[in-house]
Design a protein around this ligand. Structure first.
Ligand code: HEM
Length: 404
């Protein structure tokens, strides 16, 4: 179950990401009857923009004060060679104005960025809505699983023999990762949902303190998460290389749905390997986008990623227009924020399921990370191949029989 759920969550994460990027990259509307407005915007264009769709605005983009395009000086409404206010605003809007700023930062000369509106709408709309639903759905599924299956018990007689499962370094790495992740998850959710969920309860004054504290926690605890991610990777990568036993484990659903079924597994079963690789890959990606947000404009990564994806033909495979390869510094930040949050939702969903199975969902599991030791009967039932390996290293003469 844990494996299937993890797979389903990963698929959802990918689909929602693709959908979101798609909606940003390819929304288009027809040109409409522009000729009837003398080449200016149509009502259709304006409504489309208000709905967050992209329009083909080539007709305006270049119309930013080219003297040869203006009315001649001798004609009525001639511009005497100057450029009009609308032309100045258009050139600011399309980034072609010659702006200089004393601040030398990459975004300093960008005075108008109307894609920002689209980002704001996604962040305040689908991101919160679907992200929130995803977390509620996982909690509901776990509740159903708990009702139907109950706690997964040790089925044989407990032996009383304590069997070392995780040493102190492994446990330190795990709890540093878990502790920092939980703090990051809570402070991140406060940042995203605080305005709608907390201001009505605590008021604006109190929320400003909560929001500032969350930001401080989020920015600083991120380092502990990154260190822990490396530590956990180093400790466990060797135990997470896929093998043939994983296929059998997956085919039997890990024995999670049926009592008395215990497909053999080494130190980590296929479900745990999925959790491990998801945590490592998503954790690395959330760290990269987080660093990009922590040091604004310093590490733009989306234009270059989109360029590579276009070169590989990925948008075509998904029946989408090519992704934008030229992004303003602000758009880079907006993509980083959306990506960071999407991955965060996928990870939180996965981790909720993991926490359930590692605590109340399975008898004896928590001890493995708590004291580091498990009952040998637990080891025989859930990780029979690992139990056998460790036993035969301890007593090369003996050949213990694992539980089926
Ligand atoms: C209160 C929260 C948590 C509890 C109670 C918990 C419990 C556990 C337990 C008992 C194990 C060992 C399972 C075994 O012996 O086979 C484990 C493993 C692991 N944990 Fe956690 N965990 C928590 C939070 C987290 C978080 C937040 C992350 C990552 C962001 C995480 C990542 C992992 C990984 C990668 C493993 C190894 C693979 C696996 O067993 O699934 N854990 N956890």
């Amino acid at each position: 179950m844990s494996a299937l759920r993890a797979l389903a969550l990963f698929a959802f994460f990918l689909l929602s990401t693709i959908g979101l990027l798609g909606s940003i990259a390819i929304a288009q509307v027809e040109d409409g009857v522009r000729a009837s407005t003398g080449g200016a915007q149509t009502l259709e264009d304006i409504i489309a923009r208000q709905n967050g769709l992209q329009i083909d605005d080539e007709f305006r983009r270049a119309n930013t004060g080219d003297p040869s395009a203006g009315a001649a000086i001798t004609m009525p409404l001639g511009t005497m060679g100057g450029i009009s206010d609308p032309e100045i605003w258009r050139s600011l809007r399309y980034g072609s104005a010659n702006v200089s700023a004393s601040a030398g930062t990459p975004g300093a000369t960008l005075l108008v960025q109307d894609d920002g509106m689209q980002w704001l709408q996604i962040r305040a709309g689908p991101l919160r809505t679907y992200g929130g639903y995803l977390l509620l759905a996982v909690i509901a599924l776990l509740a159903v699983f708990m009702l139907l299956r109950g706690r997964i018990r040790i089925e044989g007689e407990k032996s009383g023999e304590a069997f070392l499962r995780f040493n102190a370094v492994e446990r330190f790495g795990h709890w540093l990762l878990a502790g920092s992740f939980i703090l990051l998850g809570i402070s991140g959710l406060i940042t995203l949902f605080g305005r709608v969920a907390l201001i009505p309860i605590f008021g604006k004054e109190a929320f400003s303190v909560i929001a500032l504290a969350s930001k401080w926690v989020h920015n600083n605890v991120s380092w502990a998460f990154m260190v822990a991610l490396v530590l956990v990777f180093v400790c466990w990568v060797i135990h997470n290389v896929p093998n043939r036993a994983d296929l059998i484990w997956l085919a039997k659903g890990g024995g999670l749905f049926t009592k008395g079924t215990h497909p053999p597994a080494r130190k980590f079963n296929a479900g745990q390997k999925i959790v491990f690789w998801a945590v490592i890959i998503l954790g690395a990606s959330i760290s990269a986008s987080g660093l990009s947000l922590l040091f604004p404009f310093e590490y733009p990564m989306f234009a270059v990623t989109f360029e590579k994806m276009n070169a590989l033909g990925i948008p075509g495979l998904l029946n989408m227009e090519p992704y934008p390869e030229v992004l303003t510094p602000h758009q880079e930040m907006q993509y980083a924020q959306l990506w960071h949050s999407i991955i965060a939702f996928a990870m939180i969903a996965l981790v909720i399921a993991h926490i359930y199975l590692g605590s109340i969902g399975m008898e004896g599991a928590f001890d493995a990370m708590g004291t580091g030791k498990v009952d040998s009967q637990w080891a025989k039932e859930h990780h029979s191949l690992w139990y056998k390996e460790v036993k035969s290293k301890q007593n090369p003469e003996q050949n213990p029989e694992p539980a089926e």
